[in-house]
Ligand binder design. Structure first.
Ligand SMILES: [Zn+2]
Ligand SMILES: [Zn+2]
Length: 737
């Protein structure tokens, strides 16, 4: 179907006008703190491939939410930036043989154009780029603060090494139980090296406890809890070997001990603390996670994994009786263990902020003074990773050789850089303060704008970026530098857009770029096509059919709004639609909201209903709505109009309260739409009333307007013919008569 207006011309024109007039910018000096709504999307790393439609799906959802909040009257602060340092960018630079500085400048410019063209109301006056000295100066300043607080330290430890990226990695940067590099999927190895760590384990309990109060998806909380992995148990000694267990009661049934591969105790025996029997010590891969905690007990009679291990190694099973709880509670000594390890942040790479430390033979590790920051990256002939465990920065001798900031004697600069996840652990603090060049963030500004009101994250960041950002914020809070402990009180996790049933990736060749769509059907159709394809938090398949469906909807919208005026729709139809679209946006169910707009369109006729419709459409299709708003003769801009309201009284008759019974006994009440079906009613009841039996075990008797009864057992099954009786006798159908 031919589009009835020149999409490219209209979209370009409105984007220029919005930028000129500052739609999307908030004057943070002149704003009431209670009005500011910090609506944040995770910033992208500017890959060479450019933005793909998965980004557009994520960002379009954030933008609809932000535009809706603005129409509700909030001062919406919605910045964007570039996570431009890091191995991703550098690996690509290595592949094409380009300097990462010029490569990043190019990819960032391309990303910016793409981000502009999707028509999101970004505040471009506050853009940040983590690879720019004016940003990483403050990343280094934070590292100095943490060093002085004892939270950044250097230690020799077994670390994870990627033989392809030629650098150490944090545990969070591995996948498949810590066996492969998340960036290049190479099998990682272990090395003992002297490295820089952030003491995140000091905050393990605070990170756990803080989760309780956060408005996050349960799944995200669960993943962080599991990653921190707190277990409370006992330490029990078998000779000189200390084991940790959460099941001290199984001590009598221990038939072996397991240690990580390479542990010196492997192949020997240790005496059982009660019986004195010689207990063999085996190496087991599954103890790797417990590195640093030593050994674990093997109890084949009471643990499935131990049983399998015992069978493989012909170890006997003991059926000895378990200890009484009071006894078990006094075995060994109490101990708490965490799965979380300190965060390894140093990298033997080029493309990151140099760790701002000078090594002095007399003073040790000395932080670079604040007035000498940033420590810039030296120019090097070869930025390729060396593979020797030394950073490419070590070859820049003139840069490495310096003087000690404390004693003035000869010193050597630290030659490793910090990981990109340090850059992103604090970037949300910088956005509101970008105009300040003498401080990382302004205290008043920070108190006014932060914490982030709504954070749209990716599932891959729950155990990485979200955890690191919480830790850094808590540490900065304890140093008196920020007035809150939790940066993201409300997170929602966006789903993934797939293509041809698979995650988009360059190697599969199924990455869909937004450019071709924006050039043909326009940004609005792409945004709505993506949002219509799948629930935002769930994600789903990208199809051209969804885009085509949106194009037809836009064409009908154009004809209706610009066409002759018609009749006023029924009040309750408008009220129901406004309520449905509003509720759907609040739930981030943008697909549902668009479907409701499609249903509403045929009822639109009068000038008032046209104006309401265009305002409801504005967050989703910002350019089209602006164009239609102008054609209705209304003043610029639709995006500063109030969100449509409706009269609650018009909906009163729409809903009805029902009693919820199980076998005739009242368990609660629910409010449901008057015309709800039996299956809708049972679903709503199950969601809102605790303890109802499962569907396949019961017969549901629904008397519209009065009661829904879940009938269990034989008396219920014999009355199947009574399923729904519009005016039936409640006692007679309840199964108790
Ligand atoms: Zn790698
Ligand atoms: Zn010194």
């Amino acid at each position: 179907m031919a589009t009835p207006y020149d999409v490219q011309e209209a979209e370009d024109r409105w984007r220029r006008r919005w930028e000129t007039e500052g739609i999307g910018r908030v004057d943070l000096d002149d704003v009431d703190p209670s009005d500011v709504f910090y609506n944040l999307a995770e910033f992208p790393y500017p890959s060479a491939e450019g933005l793909h439609v998965g980004h557009v799906f994520r960002y379009a959802g954030v933008d609809v939410h932000g535009r809706y909040r603005r129409m509700l009257g909030d001062q919406v602060f919605q910045p964007i930036g570039f996570d431009a340092f890091g191995i991703h960018t550098e690996n690509y630079a290595l592949k094409v043989g380009e300097d990462p500085i010029s490569l990043t400048a190019r990819t960032t410019a391309r990303f910016r154009t793409q981000l502009e063209r999707i028509g999101a109301a970004w505040d471009w006056s506050r853009v940040i780029d983590t690879s720019r000295p004016e940003y990483f100066r403050w990343t280094q300043w934070i590292l100095v603060r943490l060093f002085e607080a004892g939270l950044l330290y250097r230690a020799e430890a077994p670390v994870i090494w990627c033989p392809s990226c030629l650098t150490v990695l944090a545990r969070e940067q591995t996948e498949r139980d810590g066996t492969v590099c998340e960036r290049c999927e190479s099998t990682v190895t272990e090395r003992v090296m002297t490295q820089w760590f952030l003491r995140i384990t000091a905050y393990a309990d605070q990170l756990l406890d803080g989760l309780e109060e956060l408005d996050w998806p349960e799944r995200a909380k669960r993943l962080q809890r599991r990653w921190i992995g707190k277990s409370v148990g006992r330490e029990i000694t078998f000779g000189d070997l200390t084991v940790f267990t959460t099941r001290p009661d199984t001590l009598p049934a221990v038939t072996f001990l397991a240690v990580p591969p390479g542990h010196p105790a492997a192949g020997s025996t240790r005496p059982h603390p009660i019986t004195g029997a010689a207990i063999p010590v085996y190496e087991a891969d599954y103890v790797v996670e417990a590195y640093g905690t030593g050994a674990v007990m093997g109890v084949p009679a009471h643990d499935e994994r131990d049983r399998r291990f015992a069978e493989e190694h012909d170890i006997p099973t003991s059926e000895a009786e378990l200890l009484e709880p009071a006894v078990a509670a006094s075995v060994g000594s109490p101990a708490t263990r965490y799965r979380l390890r300190d965060w390894l942040i140093s990298r033997q790479r080029y493309w990151g902020p140099p760790i701002p430390i000078v090594h002095c033979p007399d003073c040790g590790a000395v932080p670079v003074p604040e007035d000498e920051l940033p420590v810039l990256l030296p120019e090097v002939d070869d930025f390729r990773p060396t593979g020797t465990g030394r950073s490419p920065l070590a070859a820049a001798h003139d840069w490495v050789d310096t003087s000690c900031p404390r004693c003035g004697g000869p010193g050597r600069r630290e030659t490793e850089v910090s990981d990109t996840f340090v850059d992103s652990a604090w970037y949300f603090l910088r956005y509101p303060s970008t105009e300040y060049h003498d401080r990382a963030w302004d205290p008043d500004r920070t108190a006014k704008v932060l914490p982030v009101d709504f954070y749209a994250g990716g599932p891959e960041h729950i155990q990485r970026h979200h955890l690191y950002a919480r830790f850094v914020t808590m540490a900065l809070h304890d140093l008196g530098l920020v007035p809150f402990e939790e940066p993201f009180p409300r997170i929602r996790i966006g789903g993934m857009i797939i293509e041809g049933g698979a995650k988009m990736s360059k190697s599969r060749g199924n990455v869909v770029s937004p450019d071709d769509y924006i050039d043909t059907v326009g940004a609005d159709a792409l945004r709505c096509g993506l949002l219509f394809s799948a629930p935002w938090e769930q994600g789903g398949e990208f199809t051209n059919a969804a885009i085509a469906g949106i194009e037809r909807f836009f064409a009908r919208t154009w004809r209706t709004i610009t066409g002759p005026d018609g009749a006023e729709p029924d009040n309750s139809i408008m009220a129901r639609a406004i309520k449905a679209v509003t509720d759907a946006i609040e739930r981030l169910a943008f697909n549902v909201a668009i479907a409701r707009l499609m249903e509403l369109l045929p009822h639109i006729g009068s000038p008032a209903s046209k104006r309401t419709f265009v305002r409801l459409l504005a967050p989703f299709a910002p350019h089209l709505a602006e164009e239609l708003w102008m054609r209705l003769g209304e003043p610029f801009s639709v995006h500063t109009q109030p969100w449509p309201r409706y009269d609650e009284r018009l909906l009163e008759d729409e809903e009805v309260e029902l009693a919820v019974q199980v076998d005739g006994k009242v368990r609660g009440t629910v409010t449901v739409p008057r015309d709800a079906s039996e299956s809708d009613v049972s679903e709503i009841a199950r969601r809102q009333v605790a303890g109802l039996p499962m569907t396949d075990e019961v017969r549901v008797v629904y008397v519209p307007g009065r009661v829904v009864n879940f009938v269990t057992g034989e008396s219920g099954m014999s009355r199947r013919s009574d399923r729904t009786r519009p005016d039936g006798d409640v006692a007679a159908v309840s199964g108790t008569a």
